[in-house]
Design a protein around this ligand. Sequence first.
Ligand SMILES: *Cc1c(COP(=O)(O)O)cnc(C)c1O
Length: 369
Amino acid sequence: MRWKDQLLTLTPYQPGKSIESVKKQYNLEQIVKLASNENPFGCSIKVRNALKEELNGLEIYPDGYASNLREKLAAFLQVNEEELIFGNGSDNLIQIISRSLLHPNASTIMATPTFSQYRHNAVIEGAIIKEVPLVNGGHDLEGMLAAIDEQTNVIWVCSPNNPTGTYIPENKLIPFLEKVPSHILVVLDEAYYEYVAADDYYDSIDLTRKYQNLIVLRTFSKIYGLASLRVGYGIANREIIKALEPAREPFNVNSLGQLAAANAIEDQNFIENCKRENRQGLQLFYDFCEQNQLDYYPSQTNFILIDFKVDGDRVFQYLLEKGYIVRSGKALGFPTSVRITVGSQEQNEGVLKALGNFLTELKQQRVEM
Ligand SMILES: *Cc1c(COP(=O)(O)O)cnc(C)c1O
């Protein structure tokens, strides 16, 4: 068969290790997964109650327009219903955007390291990829502007950025948006939006009104705790949404996901509590880093990237054997770091204790050498 050449250069996405596989492999009873930035508190009880009622209609196709969810979300965000597009996770929206705008004669610009799916989808479409290195863990927006050429169709901006947790302040983002030519789509991926606490963060929805070439991506997978149901959404002006819609599969968001998301919006108390717990958890990680003189990026998300100055796989493996699954920085472009999701207080204290032991053993090994 004549597969696209570029497919041969790709490997499937490598997810974080699963709880079950680690349990078996290391014969452990308790496993804590802090690898995929999932919400340690699950989802709102209101969502679980609503889902129990929904199990009778599984033979019916979902509402392809997600009407009820659309109505609730539009009201919550104070946007028009026509300014929303839904995806089977925001991953699906990245795919839809790539399908719609990228091809072998188009170029696309992104940071590196950043979320892997921008590059992955651009490769599949055969687009010319321009990766601009992060500076101090943040986007080099000047560098990204300089990378624009005649063929540029899409610029990907991840704020807060995965895997660094850094964000773009308003006074940097606006001058950037001002300078991007209006025929180039800027994709602002805000998967961690609800966790942001910085004062100088921008109002991205407001920006979609000012900049007709901007789409904002958000998701119910992270703070809303619904990663398994796959619901993401994009916010942009009607023209952008209208152009993208034909590239969306008709039934891309399943019924349970739609129902869960619509109910999840209504429990903002849960979201606020998760955000507060997360800030407290992050502080524990910061304190640990300061005490042990480890470099890290201050985070606006529910994860932290810590530089241990040793092979990240080694830290990963040590924690794995203690029952903590984290993400080695090696596959994420930071070979001596690990990325750890902020968990519950108990989980945070546990993983930090294990990391403390790791550092102690490391010191002993160095003395012995
Ligand atoms: C997790 C994540 C996504 C994907 O979220 P889904 O809605 O679950 O597909 C997108 N972008 C970034 C930066 C993420 O970290």
